[in-house]
Write a protein that binds this ligand. Structure first.
Ligand SMILES: NC(=O)c1ccc[n+]([C@@H]2O[C@H](COP(=O)([O-])OP(=O)(O)OC[C@H]3O[C@@H](n4cnc5c(N)ncnc54)[C@H](O)[C@@H]3O)[C@@H](O)[C@H]2O)c1
Length: 265
């Protein structure tokens, strides 16, 4: 995969645009000439990302949006379409990892929070994207799932469940939207770093005290990396490459697919 996809004159809307993967993907699309609409709850961090994108000389917009609110999502889409004219690609990426606890101890309120952001939030964006892209004549959507939505990792009951749901929604939406020239795929990274989620998960897995991981986060890092054939983390840029491929015309006959960015199993 190279940086040769042509996205000039196109616009990508990225939720979780203030986060590590959102930012890397924004940079990747900006490199190939796309305008970037960032949506996030964290406005100050999102504005920082937008500042860093200025060097690319592409249109940039920031839209504060809580994806768990259908009203916020509708407002953000309206504002983004006003600014950019139309959206071509939607990266449905905002997400929350949840706490780390064994199933018998998993807290009720956190389970609901994870489902609210990772399932209801993804649904709100998927629905708004479907409505807009249908009116616009077509486009592509990538839903951010996770390898946790393929294997069910220990101590991540809500997160795993939410990402299984994202893969399920992707398959149904791909069927529903194919008649309108809209492709819908999912992306499932495994161990990606450096970044907030990688650091957080090694620290919290270590703190659970389960049979699967050591109590020292540095040892946990190595235990996790050793489970991969490539014996290294995937980079943020490698995730962004996957998004670029799935959005590109190279993937014009690919829909309902879950691209696993795992370094093997
Ligand atoms: N980093 C990894 O190792 C990894 C692996 C697999 C999947 N993922 C998925 O990739 C996506 C991005 O992860 P990341 O590593 O960039 O994490 P991150 O924490 O750096 O970014 C997540 C972003 O989502 C935003 N967000 C959270 N709740 C929101 C809400 N209600 N409304 C709007 N924005 C909200 C946060 O403010 C943050 O900017 C997530 O869906 C995550 O589950 C990450």
């Amino acid at each position: 995969m190279t940086a040769t996809y042509q996205f000039a004159g196109k616009t990508i809307l990225i939720t979780g645009g203030a986060g590590d993967i959102g930012k890397a993907t924004a940079q990747r699309f900006a490199t190939n000439g796309a305008g970037v609409a960032l949506l996030d709850l964290n406005e100050p961090k999102m504005v920082e990302v937008a500042e860093e994108l200025k060097d690319y000389n592409i249109p940039i917009g920031t839209f504060r949006c809580d994806v768990t609110s259908a009203d916020d999502v509708a407002q953000a889409f309206t504002s983004a379409v006003e600014k950019f004219g139309r959206i071509d690609y939607v990266f449905n990426n905002a997400g929350y990892q949840g706490v780390f606890a064994t199933t018998d101890k998993y807290p009720e309120d956190d389970f609901q929070k994870v489902i609210n952001i990772n399932v209801i939030g993804v649904f709100h964006i998927l629905k708004a994207a479907a409505q807009h892209l249908r009116e616009a004549g077509g486009g592509a959507i990538v839903n951010m799932a996770s390898y946790a939505g393929v294997v069910g990792p220990p101590n991540m009951l809500a997160y795993g469940a939410s990402k299984f749901a994202v893969i399920g929604m992707t398959q149904t939406a791909a069927k529903d939207l194919a008649p309108y020239n809209i492709r819908v795929n999912a992306l499932s990274p495994a161990l990606i770093g450096p970044g907030f989620m990688w650091t957080r998960q090694t620290e919290l897995q270590a703190a659970v005290g389960s049979q699967y991981f050591d109590a020292d986060p540095k040892v946990v890092e190595q235990q996790m990396i050793n489970s991969l054939p490539m014996r290294r983390l995937g980079s943020l840029a490698e995730v962004a490459n996957g998004v670029a491929f799935l959005m590109s015309d190279e993937a014009s006959y690919i829909t309902g697919f879950n691209l696993e960015v795992t370094g093997g199993e």
